[in-house]
Design a protein around this ligand. Sequence first.
Ligand code: GTR
Length: 416
Amino acid sequence: ILIMSVVATPADLPPPDKLPSVAGLPDVLTMRDGTKITSKKDWEEKQRPELKELFQHYMYGRYPHLVEPVKVVVTGKVLFEDAKAFDGKGTLREVEVSFSEASWPKIYLLIAAPNGSAPAACFVGPNFGGNHLLTASDKVRVPTAWVPANYPGVEKGTNKATAAGRGKQADTWPLQQIVEKGYAVATFYCGDIQPDRPNVREGMRATLPVHKDGGPIDETATVMWWAWGCHRAVDFLVTDKSIDAKRLAVVGHSRLGKTALLAGAFDDRIAVVIPHQSGCGGAGPSRSKNEKAEPVKRITTVFPHWFCANFTAFGDDTTKIPFDQHALVAICAPRPVLLTNAEDDQWANPSGQFDVLTAAAPAYKLYGDTKPGADKVPEQGTLSADRLGYFIRAGKHSMTPDDWKVFMQFADKWLK
Ligand code: GTR
């Protein structure tokens, strides 16, 4: 693959405080200079690239390694393969994905695929604490990178994962359930790409030049690194014979749901996008009307590394953000996007996410879908499987086997 520059940082992007205020979600078909987009062609050639540029500059930081084109060769090495996993119904493998750029960390992809001749549709996404948490199999690698202290089996005081965590979060990515439905699933520990902590030059961040006075205001931030990691996982998956390269769905929960949406928006090889309870910085609007939802000010204070420095500057006035999160959904058009939520998880802003879907619809209509999403929030527990899909269940912030049933119901419609 050649990772190369599509658009350089335009010199004319003003600092956050010099941008005009826009009260509601900005019209997704109006460009910065006021041009109205009315065709698919202009959307793809003008507004979509402009929005991608704005999201990089003001929110997630630059898509990695765009400035200096880098030719990257991705190599997959199978670490183990169990062809009789899941009661003989599937194959479980772990693949070490490495890059020709020797300084880059490796990704360890845990892949579960149904046994059979046809290449399967595949869910792909990052996980929070390591592949070993998702299965009791003792062949799965325990991460050696920094892991958050509060995950099962993490050694006290050292942030080191241990084998004691094996299988302890198997419910979050229920491999067997997915394989039994005929889908493949591939996941990796997000921290192998970029550990989830600020102020340390480790993971992929260590590959950027060091600046004495902090990095550039749009330096690649953690959510962007994770999304980039999803893309590198996709680089491998599209070469894997057990997987159908045309039927990939990206999934992630919460901060990794923010990641899933960004990954889907920035990579057209991903056919379906499922950000689960992604909230602020994901599918939740920055201009929020929901008082219980996480505000930009809070997220950029508590997690300063997730977004670039420019985004922090909008904390006191989100009306100056020259886009909102519906534009990130719109970039995915015409590909199906499913926003899934839980009633007790108001922090992730379920109602605001529905507004985001509605505001993204004009981009989908350019592709001929006259009714891309539901008119009103569907009943609790009922999937709206439209191209702009939505689901809300009872309960709290978590990713469960029942959520996966919904992801697969959506995939049955769009990937079968
Ligand atoms: C919370 C954060 C949310 C969400 C969540 C998670 O603390 O405020 O934006 O990302 O973490 O990732 O579980």
